[in-house]
Design a binder for this molecule. Sequence first.
Ligand code: HEM
Length: 208
Amino acid sequence: MKVEKFKVITINGIVLFSDHVDPTAFHGTLRIFVSGWRDNSMLPRGLLYEGVSNEPMLLSGGSAAQSSALQCYDALLCIQHEDETGAFLTHMREYMPPAHRRLIETLSVCPSLRDFILSHPSSDLCQAFNSCISALVDLRNYHLKTVAKYVILPGSQAMGCPLRGVGTTLNTTGTGGSSFMVFLKSTRNATQKALIQERPSASRETEI
Ligand code: HEM
């Protein structure tokens, strides 16, 4: 299979694919190598690292969920990821450098920026906060479309492929074994929930 068309740009540890990446080549070649060996039916017991451990190790594949940038924004903007989604993102911190993990933990326990804005009503502050949230919602929506283009669509077209079993597992589960479309929609929805509803200002109330 031809892979020379891959164009990969690394931004803060995140691998960003340009429009030149062929979804079928991504799905059929690269994704298999980043799938990891945790919740992976091909390697249910994990992988034995000879000379490192006597027991097989279960490790998730590479994912931007392990990038500290997005988790820092979430903590700063008080975006709450609940239940399984929150647990998965917290688990992904184990793959970050310890200093990055500590930064996210520190931001999470700092006085809440959202509460500050709510208790000091200012239209400018509120709009600035909401534009940050909206930008993150847009990013997560764009990302959902990218995942559909690079994983769901080529996965549904991979009939007859010798790696079909691998594809089936990887089409519905993320690198951590999550059902990733449910997970990704949940992170997007939690982001949307953080928007502050602007109350009408006193002057506008008197105008009406
Ligand atoms: C072809 C390109 C991409 C594919 C197929 C893809 C796929 C996925 C999948 C399946 C997940 C679910 C969790 C997991 O499996 O680990 C995920 C999570 C995530 N991805 Fe990507 N991704 C791509 C590119 C990117 C890029 C370029 C970014 C950053 C700008 C990014 C940021 C994230 C983040 C932050 C998460 C964690 C969920 C969240 O916080 O909303 N991904 N990705």
